[in-house]
Design a protein around this ligand. Structure first.
Ligand code: HEC
Length: 117
């Protein structure tokens, strides 16, 4: 009886090591987060803002600002995060569908669009 429990403990430990073991390697690489923000932008924002932030045809018809422009980039991170969370005019509010962390990642993504220009 005891022996069986001991054995299942070892199995559990082995499985945990197998599952948790590789994680630190993934975390040490900043790539995945950036990829996640990129994918999030593509699925939730690009339909209006374009993947490069310049604005899609739909977005331009709604007068979206070029996200790479100084007008947008001069806003603070907090202001951009607030705007994404609460929306503004034609810009939908995302606080219901995105976490604060996700919104923060999107702000970082918007900054990186600026640098790519
Ligand atoms: C349905 C179209 C639409 C979608 C989807 C959309 N936006 Fe917007 N966005 C707009 C419009 C329109 C504006 C201009 C709002 C205004 O100032 O009148 C805007 C403005 C903005 C601004 C900034 C403006 C400023 O005035 O400084 C940011 C930043 C922004 N959007 C980010 C995002 C992000 C991030 C997403 C995805 C999570 C997103 N938007 C999704 C339409 C959209």
């Amino acid at each position: 009886m005891l022996r069986n429990q001991y054995r299942s403990l070892i199995y559990t430990a082995t499985i945990l090591t197998a599952l948790v073991g590789p994680l630190p390697i993934v975390r040490a690489n900043p790539g995945p987060d950036r990829a996640a923000a990129n994918a999030m932008f593509r699925t939730k924002c690009a339909m209006c803002h374009g993947q490069d932030g310049a604005g899609s045809a739909v977005g331009k018809s709604m007068n979206v600002p070029d996200l790479r422009s100084p007008v947008v980039q001069k806003s603070s991170d907090a202001e951009l995060a607030q705007l994404i969370a609460n929306g503004k005019a034609g810009m939908p509010a995302f606080k219901g569908s995105l976490s604060e962390d996700q919104i923060h990642d999107l702000v970082t993504h918007i900054r990186s669009l600026h640098q790519k220009k």
